[in-house]
Design a protein around this ligand. Sequence first.
Ligand code: SAH
Length: 338
Amino acid sequence: MPAPALTLIDLLNGYRVTQALYVAARLGVADRLADGPQGSEELAHMTGAHPGALRRLLRALASFGVFAEEADGRFALTEVGALLRDNVPGSLRAGVIFYGDRRHWGAWAKLEQSVTSGETVWGPRAASAFFEMNTKDPEGAAIFNAAMTSFTSAFDAAVVAAYDFSRPATLIDVGGGHGALISSILRANPGLRGILFDIPPVIEGARTRIAAAGLADRLEAVAGDVFASVPSGGDAYLLKWIIHDWDDEHSLTILRNCHRAMKPDARLLLVERVVPERIDPSADTQSTLLADLNMLVLAGGHERTAAEYRTLLGAAGFALARILPATTRLGVIEATRA
Ligand code: SAH
C-alpha cells in the first residue's frame, strides 16, 4: 500500500485506540499486572471480562506498546501501560476514562456539528454550558475533576521547575480544580501560602484532599464564581487551563476580575498551551491543536497563539512579560498590571 494511504489509515484508527485504552482502564487491567505478568484467562477472571475478547484487546494494545506479550503468552506492563494504573504518581487512568466516557466521546461524535455552527455541541447556549452540566451531573463532574487532576499531575513537576514560585508570599489558583498543581507548588516552596478557588462543588471535593496532603495550614479552599470576583490580595494569580475554556468576552471578564483583585505589583500566571503561528507537522504540536478542537466542541473557548494572549491580556489591562516553556506542550505566561 502506498505510504500516504498507510499514514491516513493509521490516523483514522485513532478512535479505536482511544476506546481500547478506555476499556483497559475501566477494567483495571494495569493494576492487576502491577506485581508481574498474568495470563489473559486469569486477567479475565479478575476483571470480569470475556477471556478470548480480553486477550484480543490486550494483544491490540500490545501492538502499540501499551502492554507486552511475553513468550509464554502472558501479558506484562510497559512504562506506558503502567500509567493506566490507579493511584500511582503520574497515573493517567482518570484522563483515559474521561476521554473514553460516553459524555466526552459522544460530544466528539458531533464534531461536524461544531465545525459547521462554530458552537459547542451543546448548541447556542451560554458558553458555560459545559461547567453548568458538570454541576448537574455528579458522575460526569467526578470523571472530569479526576481527569484534570491526572493530566495536571503529568505536568506539575515541569510547571514547578519552569517558574520561580519562591518569590510570591501568597499564590491564588483560580479555577484550580481539586488542587493538584497548587499542592505541588506549595510542597516545593515551603514558605508559600495558597488559596485554591473554584466553584462550590469542586471546592467541596478539594477540601478532603488538602487535609490528606497535610497542607490545610497553608492552603485555604475558597468557593466562588470567577465571573463575579476572585479572592483579593494575592502576590501571584495562577490560571491553568482556564482562559482556554472561554471566548474572548468571557476571558476578559475573568482577567479583569483578577486585575481588580490583585495588588499593584502582583503577577498573573496563565498556564496554557501556546499555539504556534504556523503549523509544522514535525513539531510537537498535534496535542495542542487537538486540544483547540476540544475547546470548540466542549467548552466554547480556544487555544491561543502568543500574539493572541498578548492582545487579550492587553485588553484586560495587563502587559505580557514573558512566556516560559514548561514543556513543549505547556507554557507559563507571565503578565503584570500595565
Ligand atoms: N486548573 C485546573 C482545572 C482546569 S479545568 C487544572 O489545570 O487541572 C477548569 C476549571 O475551571 C474547573 O475546575 C472548573 O470547575 C473551573 N470553573 C469553571 N467555571 C468556573 C467559575 N464560574 N468560577 C470558578 N471556577 C470555575
